[in-house]
Design a protein around this ligand. Structure first.
Ligand SMILES: [Zn+2]
Ligand SMILES: [Zn+2]
Length: 297
């Protein structure tokens, strides 16, 4: 059941030219500087604010919203819930939903081959952040990406927030500064955003390099416990590549999956229906695989 080798042995070539994307690099560097300054502006309420916002943006926004709902359509939800989760995702500063979802659908469709935006077979740094700072990725750039997300591209809200995804952050900045001054801003925005950036990027890098493999998928995906802890369950990445549309990534009892618990809570509230689920393979049974990406694909 466990396999260390994969059939797909492609090694995608790097684009010939990799100029540094200076606006993106300086933008990300400034947040790292802010995260260092936060060490000298510590307070427990500021840390608590960062943790609360980390859950709102990382779990509700990225894990449940951008990934399990918008990318893979693992469950149905009313439009206002979809928009709320997307709004939380935009607050993570990982770009708007159109670019994020298009990038991730390309990852699944071309995994570890040419066309995979961030395969570690091009090098660990490339898969972690090199593809952002040295690549062509621009999460405000909408037009070229809409063909991969026809379901989002016809929605006015998703188009708007994809272009203006940094605007909610400006309002959050004002609220945090008003409530708690610079410590709240540095912890609630800089530390929280930088931590979430690396957490999400570790799914693309570490969870394709280190960890165990339950399913012999045609890629290098791994189940990585520490990436799962940083991402509310997204680190059970080999389970996910085997069952992309499943809303449940942690299949064993010890595979803690906070995002799955969140979707179950939405279901109990009547806000999530038609959940698509993968189960643990039974003893002696070969694991079933459903590599369809989403209902739209
Ligand atoms: Zn992956
Ligand atoms: Zn996915």
């Amino acid at each position: 059941m466990r396999g260390e080798t994969t059939i797909n042995t492609a090694r995608p070539a790097r684009p010939a030219k990799n100029p540094i994307n200076w606006p993106m690099t300086l933008f990300m560097f400034s947040f790292h500087v802010g995260a260092v300054l936060a060490i000298f502006n510590f307070s427990w309420p500021a840390l608590g604010t960062a943790v609360l916002l980390w859950w709102i943006t990382g779990s509700l926004g990225i894990g449940i919203g951008y990934h399990r709902l918008l990318t893979h359509r693992g469950f149905k939800t009313p439009k206002y819930v979809e928009y709320f989760l997307t709004f939380c995702g935009a607050l993570a500063l990982e770009g708007g939903p159109i670019a994020w979802v298009a990038t991730h659908r390309l990852h699944h469709a071309n995994v570890e081959r040419d066309g995979d935006p961030h395969s570690p077979r091009r090098g660990f740094w490339w898969s972690h952040m090199g593809w952002i700072v040295n690549g062509q990725s621009d999460h405000r750039e909408v037009e070229s990406k809409t063909s991969h997300v026809p379901d989002l591209a016809k929605d006015t809200f998703h188009l708007w927030i994809s272009r203006w995804n940094f605007i909610p952050q400006i309002f959050l900045f004002a609220i945090l500064y008003w409530v708690g001054g610079w410590p709240f801003v540095l912890w609630g925005i800089c530390v929280r955003v930088v931590f979430s950036w690396h957490a999400t990027c570790f799914v693309n890098s570490a969870a394709h390099v280190w960890g165990s493999r339950r399913f012999e998928t045609n890629d290098d995906s791994r189940n990585n416990w520490w990436v799962a802890l940083m991402t509310f369950g997204e680190g059970w990445h080999n389970n996910h590549h085997a069952h992309p549309a499943s809303v449940r990534h942690g299949l064993a009892w010890y595979e803690i999956d906070i995002n799955w618990i969140g979707i179950r809570a939405l279901e109990k509230l009547g806000l999530a229906t038609r959940l698509r689920l993968a189960g643990m393979p039974k003893r002696g049974e070969s694991p079933d695989r459903d590599e369809s990406l989403n209902e739209a694909a």
